[in-house]
Design a protein around this ligand. Structure first.
Ligand SMILES: [Zn+2]
Length: 339
């Protein structure tokens, strides 16, 4: 039997689960603003896995993923500890906003400081109270507002454990993504905590495909870490690592008629859609600059010159990547609205 787990002044006994409300700040009304979280503490030793969502307050799919994972985890059978934080940026969440009230992006404020800006203080609080107690992290995100992402993992793959977790998740595409200053990934990596970032769907939506794939992915990671019993006999999707990715940008202002969909294989020079004037004249073609798979799309048909329209990932074996995407969608058995 392991020792009790301590978080934010609360003791959680082995083989039990507890919901906590961490006092983060106050609203203008001086009502307390808390970060809700649940700790599931197993009886047997193992990793301390943090799953967190809504660092960008309008990214909702991850919140539902956290809830569905929690529903499947039994403290009597768990090895190690699961720390589940469905809404990190509670300020942004209550305003349906990606940002904090001071317009900062919380995911550029880490590691933060006790005496800094609001974003810096929130980041410091989160690192101090939660991140420092964890051994592994899965950070759940969606595309921005009006942009949808094919389920994908972003991670720094030069760490063997991170790479193992990225593979285990079972999303069809992995991007070997460099670390951005001020991100949760940056602070976790600097403390030697392996972290993978899941991106799927669009802000302000609950999307069944993104949620089902994310829930399955987190449970796969927990099995790989030995926290849950492995399941045998089921072949899983072979994730493909993209060698690079690029956004296609609008070359003129107008109305976008995009034919390409998430998961499509596209060829260099292929017409993926058009941008027209309101009466249909002055048509400009949207051309794929290289071969690849569409992993991100604008979902709103109004564009200004320079707006990002389509995110294309390149692969050494693009046909194999297309097969991985098809198998992934077949396995989930949900027809995605945006594919
Ligand atoms: Zn995000």
């Amino acid at each position: 039997m392991v020792a009790p787990f301590h978080l934010a002044g609360t003791q959680i006994a082995p083989g039990s689960r507890q919901i906590l409300q961490l006092a983060l700040a106050q609203l203008y009304t001086q009502s307390p603003l808390t970060v809700p979280l649940e700790v599931v503490h197993g009886r047997r030793p193992g990793p301390v896995l943090l799953i967190c969502a809504a660092i960008h307050g309008d990214e909702l799919n991850g919140i539902e993923i956290v809830n569905q994972v929690l529903a499947k985890v039994n403290p009597a059978r768990l090895k190690g500890t699961l720390v589940a934080v469905p809404v990190v940026n509670v300020f942004g969440f209550i305003h349906k906003s990606r940002y904090l009230p001071d317009r900062r992006d919380l995911n550029r404020c880490f590691p933060g400081s006790e005496k800094g800006s609001l974003g810096s203080r929130v980041a410091h609080f989160f690192v101090d109270e939660i991140v420092n107690k964890c051994t592994h992290i899965v950070d759940l995100h969606t595309g921005a507002i009006h942009r949808s992402n094919l389920p994908q993992i972003r991670a720094k793959l030069d760490c063997d454990i991170t790479r193992q977790l990225a593979d285990a998740f079972g999303a069809p595409v992995i991007l070997d993504a460099s670390i951005r200053d001020g991100s949760l990934r940056a602070v976790a990596e600097s403390r030697g905590i392996p972290v993978i970032l899941y991106e799927a769907g669009e802000a302000l939506r609950f999307e069944p495909l993104a949620i089902k794939a994310g829930t399955r992915g987190v449970l796969n990671v927990m099995r790989t870490l030995g926290m849950l019993k492995p399941v045998t006999g089921k072949a899983k999707v072979q994730p493909m690592i993209a060698k690079s990715s690029t956004w296609i940008r609008a070359e003129q202002d107008g109305l976008l008629h995009l034919k390409a969909r998430l998961g499509d294989r596209v060829s260099k020079g292929q017409c993926l859609g058009t941008i027209t004037a309101p009466l249909g004249a002055d048509t400009c073609a949207v051309i794929a600059p290289k071969n690849g798979i569409v992993i991100g799309c604008l979902t709103m048909p109004l564009v200004n010159e320079g707006d990002a329209i389509c995110h294309i990932a390149s692969f050494d074996a693009v046909k194999q990547a297309e097969i991985s995407v098809e198998r992934f969608v077949d396995e989930l058995d949900i027809y995605p609205e945006t594919l």
